[in-house]
Design a protein around this ligand. Structure first.
Ligand code: SF4
Ligand code: SF4
Ligand code: FES
Length: 260
């Protein structure tokens, strides 16, 4: 169903805002689900005025604030920092706040349709809002914190720039779940820890100040761990922080084989 804004029920802010100069009408097609009334997810389309410099998150805000206040999704920072708004945009895992409309526009003045759906492999609570608990459980299982035994330091724990560099890439993770929910192994075998958990284990396994690497490697060596990875690179392609996810997984595998 394509509903123009005037046909839709009003969002919480009521009146529509003025359409800015240079705006084009984009069809925003959203995969919606409300367990109270739907037995299956259903597509619903909205015509939204958009500037090329708008982000997909702006279009979702427009629908929520001015058209249908029941639309449900997560977001917080709106600047690619918090990792709250992972979603499938035109079938690809992305952060809604980082994808610009101009990068999705049809060429040659043709009408533009943008599809938005929840990330795959996690239970959907409502619309784009998924249950992140299984994802966070996997994250917590790899002990993503500094572990030290005895030897309480009397001053800060010094680390060389070279040693810091060893795990720099994996410190950038914002736990958005774009990687894990693009992984076919995670979709098909939900017990797999998934790439995000392994990235966060990597961040500490290769930290020269940490003494818990063996524990984490033992955890990742089991049936749900790194050996499930099929090196398909979906996770690396999906990461909005540009982390070399598959490379990090390979490094953890190598650490297991040679114990670092
Ligand atoms: S490289 Fe491994 S973890 Fe990443 S998507 Fe492929 S199978 Fe999943
Ligand atoms: S590794 Fe990248 S895609 Fe995966 S959770 Fe972290 S920031 Fe998101
Ligand atoms: S809303 Fe924070 S990363 Fe998009």
């Amino acid at each position: 169903m394509t509903a123009t804004v005037s046909e839709e029920k009003a969002g919480s802010r009521g009146d529509l805002p003025p359409v800015p100069d240079g705006a084009v009408t984009v069809t925003l097609k959203i995969l919606r689900f409300n367990a109270e009334v739907d037995s299956e997810p259903r597509w619903e389309s909205f015509n939204v005025p958009a500037l090329p410099t708008d982000r997909v998150l702006n279009l979702l805000h427009y629908v929520k604030w001015y058209v249908d206040g029941t639309l449900t999704f997560r977001r917080s920072c709106a600047h690619g920092i918090c990792g709250s708004d992972a979603m499938q945009i035109n079938g690809v895992n992305r952060l809604g706040c980082k994808v610009l409309v101009k990068d999705l526009m049809s060429g040659g003045g043709k009408p533009t349709t943008i599809t938005v759906a929840p990330i795959k492999g996690l239970p959907v609570h409502k619309d784009l809002l998924v249950d992140m608990e299984p994802f966070m459980e996997a994250f917590k299982a790899v002990k993503p914190f500094l572990i030290t035994y005895g030897n309480e330091p009397t001053r800060e724990r010094i680390q060389s720039a070279h040693d810091r560099e060893r795990f720099d890439d994996t410190t950038k993770c914002i736990l958005c779940a774009c990687c894990t929910t693009s992984c076919p192994v995670f979709w098909n075998e939900g017990s797999y820890f998934g790439p995000a958990a392994i990235v966060n284990a990597h961040r500490f396994i290769f930290d020269s100040r940490d003494e818990g690497a063996e524990e984490r490697l033992d955890i990742l060596n089991d049936a749900e761990g790194v050996w499930r990875c099929r090196t398909t690179f979906n996770c690396t392609d999906a990461c909005p922080r540009g982390i070399q996810v598959t490379k990090a997984i390979q490094e953890v595998k190598r650490a297991l084989l040679f114990r670092r």
